[in-house]
Design a protein around this ligand. Sequence first.
Ligand code: NAD
Length: 362
Amino acid sequence: MGNRIPVHLNGAFLYDIVMEMTFNGLEQELRQLNLKGRRVCIVTDSNVAPLYLKEVEAIVAACCRETVPFIFPAGEENKNLDTVRGLYETLINKKFDRHDYLLALGGGVVGDLCGFAAATYLRGISFVQVPTTLLSQVDSSIGGKTGVDFDAYKNMVGAFHMPKLVYTNISALKTLSEEQFSSGMGEVIKHGLIRDAVYYEWLIKHIPAIKKRELVILEEMVRVSNQIKRDVVEKDPTEQGERALLNLGHTLGHAIEKLSDFKLLHGHCVGLGCISAMAISMKRGLIPEHELSRLWEIMKQFDMPVTVSGLSAGEIIDLTRNDKKMDSGTIRFILLEQIGKAYVDKTVTEAEMSEGLLPILA
Ligand code: NAD
């Protein structure tokens, strides 16, 4: 079925990613998980709760013994161990046991935090992802990476823990702010760049429809992005090799995100990092110059920032050196061999990074 993408590990079925236009189909999917007699804690944030909690809770309640909502204040600053502690307390008070479930209803912050709590509560319980932002629908809900931030360190504490189901309601993207939608486009464009030149061209052709959030076009976009991410994580579930390609734009992007004090959104920083990675690839003679101007133009059309002010190449590179993607003192950089084909390179010099940053430093 076109709206169902199965995810496997070593050839064995793990879970389905299901894409629908409403939440209605969630009931049938949950029934397959046999939640009769189980409790389900619906973890969500203060922005998503007023929009979707009531509807989703009614659907979940029809399939299980008891639902327990856990709502925390929205924002990356709450993706931390204090919030996890509050969630553990709720689970303990409500006597959740090893057979009960968590359900993440929200963006990547909710999904990462809920997944981490599921990975660690009673040494691991089951959870379901119901992603509601573009970034979480195309990226963070798939692949089982969970975690929280610790002090200033992003995603410092975490675990790999696979969901039992990812249920995506494409229509939820209609209520997303322009800024959050364009941030998600950073990861979408990245998928085209690393794995699929045809998809990259398709995205360019459909810019107006995507920006208007035409549901049929969004469904196609989320589906292809999911397939790309699924294909990569199936081959390399714990990031020993190919999965690193998903980090295109992240090496310098993470540093920019941190230096902006997380005021710049994740997907926007990934986009800026993609420009730099492409600029380095261009300097190496791998990518023609017009592709760099084209990426710049596409990002502008998607209302993504193409420059960042107030930062120097020196401070971005310094922070990159400390990034956890450092591998025995070497920075693992993702470069482009061509549009649709990325590779890991450990030879990028600081001089090349400086040059790569030139197009984005205002
Ligand atoms: P987010 O979860 O903070 O959501 C962004 C904002 O949109 C929030 O204010 C949220 O309340 C609101 N929102 C969510 N759904 C909405 C909807 N349908 N309508 C209106 N508002 C809605 O941010 P995000 O961009 O989804 O996720 C970012 C997080 O994802 C970061 O913490 C990042 O580290 C993580 N991430 C994880 C992975 C992974 O593989 N686990 C991959 C990429 C990013």
